[in-house]
Design a binder for this molecule. Structure first.
Ligand SMILES: [Fe+2]
Ligand SMILES: [Fe+2]
Length: 227
């Protein structure tokens, strides 16, 4: 990481350094949250930013840094996941050290913090909305299926589970023994397209939603030996 008190950095150089920093931070994150997730979120967030008129630099920087706090704490427990806050805690000294203007730093950090709904937080700027939507879109469609199975495989779960397997389980219960793509679709992913903040994000989500739903329908038939 660069030393503190450097002079103002160019935007291109700042993004290059952020990519380097984030790549290193993601070296040990699990496959479903490896740096390829960041690359896909970055590409989608850039597309949304162009369509929504958001500041491209803030969106790019926030996308690169949004998950650098991942992997620092367990998923289950009383306060299982506050990786958005940890990302901010790591990103602030990094952005200060490379000499990014304070006003820009604050806009980037706010977007990073607001990429998750937690403690009543919601995206409060166009840049935060683009990042939020891009991040959620990576859970839908073909990529969403692939990432879900990376997660399930990592936690010893299988291909198909019927609704009875999670009947009566509180939707907020994230214990891995209840995880399945079928349950995740029912309690979360099928409603995602209606919970995005940008018009362009919702349009992409509608297509990805349909693609994922078709996959699950086909899987259901194949699992029963009917297709
Ligand atoms: Fe995240
Ligand atoms: Fe993410």
């Amino acid at each position: 990481m660069p030393h503190a008190s450097v002079s103002a950095v160019s935007r291109d150089e700042a993004l290059r350094l952020a990519r380097e920093f984030a790549t290193a931070r993601h070296a040990d994150t699990p496959p479903c949250h490896d740096f390829s997730h960041v690359e896909r979120v970055l590409a989608l967030a850039e597309r949304l930013a162009a369509e929504e008129g958001a500041d491209l630099f803030v969106v790019r920087m926030a996308a690169l840094l949004h998950d650098i706090g991942r992997g620092l704490e367990p998923r289950v427990g009383p306060d299982p996941d506050r990786h958005e806050e940890l990302s901010v805690e790591l990103a602030r000294p990094f952005l200060e050290a490379i000499g990014l203007e304070p006003a820009l730093t604050e806009r980037v950090l706010r977007a990073v913090l607001e990429h998750r709904h937690r403690r009543g937080r919601e995206p409060s700027s166009p840049e935060a909305a683009c990042l939020y939507d891009a991040d959620k879109l990576d859970s839908l469609g073909a990529v969403g299926v692939a990432r879900a199975y990376l997660w399930l495989g990592e936690h010893g779960r299988s291909v198909h589970y019927p609704p009875e397997s999670w009947a009566g389980v509180d939707p907020s219960n994230n214990a891995t023994e209840h995880d399945s793509l079928q349950r995740e679709w029912e309690i979360k992913l099928s409603g995602l397209k209606d919970r995005l903040y940008t018009a362009s994000g919702r349009a992409i989500a509608a297509e990805r939603h349909e693609r994922m739903r078709r996959f699950l329908d086909e899987l259901e038939l194949e699992a029963r030996g009917e297709a």
